[in-house]
Design a binder for this molecule. Sequence first.
Ligand code: RFL
Ligand code: PHB
Length: 388
Amino acid sequence: MERTRIGIVGAGPAGLMLSHLLARAGIDSVVLERRSRDWIEARIRAGLLEHGSVDLLDRTGLGARMEKLALRHRGIEISTGGRRRHIDFMEATGGKGVTVYAQHEVVKDLVAARLEAGGDLRFEVEGVRLEGVDGPEPRLVWPGGAIACDFIAGCDGYHGVSRASIPPEALTLFHREFPYAWLGLLAEAPPFQDELVYARHEAGFALFSMRSPELTRAYVQCRADEDPDKWTAGELWDELDRRLAVQLNRGPLLLKSVTPMRAFVAEPMRHGRLFLAGDSAHIVPPTGAKGMNLAFADVVALSRALVRYYREGDEAGLDAYSDTCLARVWKVQRFSMWMTRLLHRDPAHDEFERRLGAAELEYLLGSDAARRALAENYTGLPLDLTDV
Ligand code: RFL
Ligand code: PHB
């Protein structure tokens, strides 16, 4: 049977970054990915990087394309009552702004770096199963092969097999459902301005974002069971303009889809020799733009713990992994839930709740302290990269 030290399931941001960090420390791994390379490099997902994620990419030799292609903003705008107000994160945090760099570009950079370094990434591997994670020699097994590992990292997202291989009685799952979702578009239209605009509107949330100087990305709050085909492109652009109180540049749609809203945490993030990282362990609602950033924070902690284990024979980092990650996960979950509730219209709310929500937003827009708290969380809680 083949052998590796760390078997990684999933080549998303979590799995790829983990194998990159381990390789830099001389620890070999094999990444098994269900989809093709083309598929993972084209999948449109996240757009925003926290300050710590930008540093991580820079420090580990992945910053070259990002430095060229990323868009950097001072802050964001919030639209309410037909007026847009600017929040300057640079000023509020003493120099941390907003970086727009698409997740699929990060994935391309990671795949290229791993392949150039001779990394073992295997695409289109269907039917992976995890065996023996309770024992000393866990294995990844699939119809075409098997690999014995020291440890397995489950980086296969919310719908993956890793979390599902843990006995249900060994996990506690925390869920929140939302009575709404996002209808999103990606369009060949130059962003109408540099900064993102978030709207709280009586018809519901809206967000103007972008992927590049040629591509606009935008979302409106819709019903959880919304059929995207019921919306013509014209209706969607009109609704965005109305809620955001702007006039977006319009262009051909490349994508129109519904993004479900979910909040989810699995505890603990370790079972025997299996470690969960990224979306396989937790999902935050997308409003705070945190999911990929949280996946990076997990694998920084996991690679640090593994390096300590291999260099010093010390398992303390591995034993602390779940608690270390969950401390950050719950803070980020709190922020993402807060931002979601602040900006969305909850159909179950009465006028009392709505007035409270409007007052909270007015307080935020008028208070230096509240704006600083938003800026600190949005640009990213501190990420320790000293030994990376
Ligand atoms: P991923 O990216 O889901 O990758 C998991 C990989 O595992 C593979 N896989 C398997 N491979 C082998 N065997 C199996 N059985 C497998 N099952 C699955 C999958 O094919 C896939 O390649 O998880 P990862 O690495 O944890 O990364 C998480 C991020 O993708 C996610 O949190 C973000 O996209 C969330 N998110 C955002 N995060 C940010 O940090 N900033 C943002 O601006 C941001 N915006 C967003 C978002 C997510 C969104 N959607 C679509 C949910 C905006 C949206 C609309
Ligand atoms: C995005 O560009 O997809 C995006 C930006 C900001 C968010 C969420 C998503 O808060």
